[in-house]
Design a protein around this ligand. Structure first.
Ligand SMILES: Nc1nc2c(ncn2[C@@H]2O[C@H](COP(=O)(O)OP(=O)(O)OP(=O)(O)O)[C@@H](O)[C@H]2O)c(=O)[nH]1
Ligand SMILES: Nc1ncnc2c1ncn2[C@@H]1O[C@H](COP(=O)(O)OP(=O)(O)OP(=O)(O)O)[C@@H](O)[C@H]1O
Length: 214
C-alpha cells in the first residue's frame, strides 16, 4: 500500500460512515411524514493534488496536514430553506458520535466573493484495526440556491484561478444577490410548498400501495 492510500484510508472510511449517518437523518423525517430539513447529502475525500496545492498555498508542512487541514474529509448537507440550516446545525450539535470543534457562519457573515454556507468542523473517531483514530471533517450546510451559486463559482475559480475578469466578477456578485433573493422568496412561501410536498408524498404512497395490491 502506498503512503497516500494509507493516509487517506481513515478519511475514506469516515466519509462512507458519515454519509450513511447523515442520510439516515433524512430518512427518519420521511418516515414520520414531516418536512425534512435535509434535501440531500454529498461527501468526498479531497483529491491528493488539491491537498498538496492547499498545503503549499497555506504553508502547511506535510507532517501538519492531518492537524491543520480541516477539509480532507468533506460533507455537504443541502437544505430547501434557510431556516432548515439552523435545524440541521442543532441536530448535529445533539449527536454524540462526533465532537464539534468549530463553527463558521458564512450566512450571517457572507464572504467577499458572495459565498454563503454554514460550516461545522468535527472531530470524528474512526475505528481501525489498530485502534481508534480521530480525524477532522468539514460539514458544509447550505440551501439549494447557495449550492448552485457555489458550484458555478467553484468551476469558474478553477478556470480563472481566482483572478476573475471584471465582467465575470460583476455577474457573480449579481448572481449571489439573486440566489439570496431566491432563498428569501422561497422562505416567504415555505408553508405552501411544504403542504404541497406532504400532499404529493401521501399521494405517491397511496398509488404505490394500490400497485402492490394489484
Ligand atoms: N465556491 C466557493 N466555495 C468556497 C468559498 N469560500 C469557501 N468555500 C468552500 O469552503 C471551504 C473552505 O472553507 P473556509 O471556512 O473558508 O476555510 P478556511 O480554512 O478559512 O479557508 P480555505 O483556505 O478556503 O479552506 C472551501 O474548501 C470551499 O469548499 C468561495 O468563495 N466560493
Ligand atoms: N465539504 C464538501 N463536501 C462535499 N464536496 C466538497 C466539499 N468541499 C469541496 N467539495 C467538492 O470537492 C471537489 C474537490 O474540491 P477541492 O477540495 O479541490 O476544492 P475546495 O473545497 O474548493 O478546495 P480548497 O479549500 O483547497 O480551495 C469540488 O467539486 C468541491 O466542490
Amino acid at each position: 500500500m502506498n503512503h497516500w492510500d494509507q493516509f487517506l484510508a481513515p478519511y475514506k472510511q469516515a466519509i462512507d460512515e458519515l454519509k450513511i449517518k447523515l442520510k439516515g437523518m433524512r430518512s427518519q423525517f420521511e418516515l414520520e411524514h414531516i418536512h425534512s430539513p435535509i434535501e440531500f447529502v454529498t461527501g468526498r475525500v479531497k483529491p491528493i493534488a488539491s491537498i498538496l496545492d492547499k498545503a503549499q498555498q497555506k504553508n502547511i508542512p506535510l507532517d501538519k496536514i492531518e492537524s491543520e487541514m480541516q477539509d480532507i474529509a468533506g460533507l455537504r448537507m443541502m437544505c430547501q430553506f434557510v431556516d432548515d440550516i439552523e435545524t440541521v446545525v442543532k441536530l448535529l450539535r445533539q449527536r454524540n458520535d462526533f465532537r464539534i470543534v468549530e463553527e463558521r457562519n458564512y450566512i450571517s457573515n457572507k464572504k467577499q466573493s458572495g459565498y454563503r454556507s454554514y460550516h461545522v468542523v468535527i472531530e470524528y473517531p474512526v475505528q481501525t484495526i489498530r485502534g481508534e483514530k480521530k480525524i477532522l471533517a468539514e460539514i458544509q450546510i447550505r440551501t439549494l440556491a447557495m449550492n448552485f451559486w457555489a458550484t458555478i463559482e467553484h468551476s469558474l475559480n478553477y478556470k480563472y484561478k481566482g483572478q476573475f475578469p471584471e465582467e465575470i466578477n460583476k455577474r457573480l456578485q449579481s448572481a449571489a444577490e439573486a440566489a439570496f433573493r431566491l432563498d428569501e422568496e422561497m422562505s416567504q412561501i415555505k408553508e405552501e410548498i411544504q403542504e404541497a410536498q406532504v400532499y404529493f408524498t401521501k399521494n405517491k404512497e397511496a398509488v404505490k400501495k394500490l400497485e402492490e395490491k394489484n
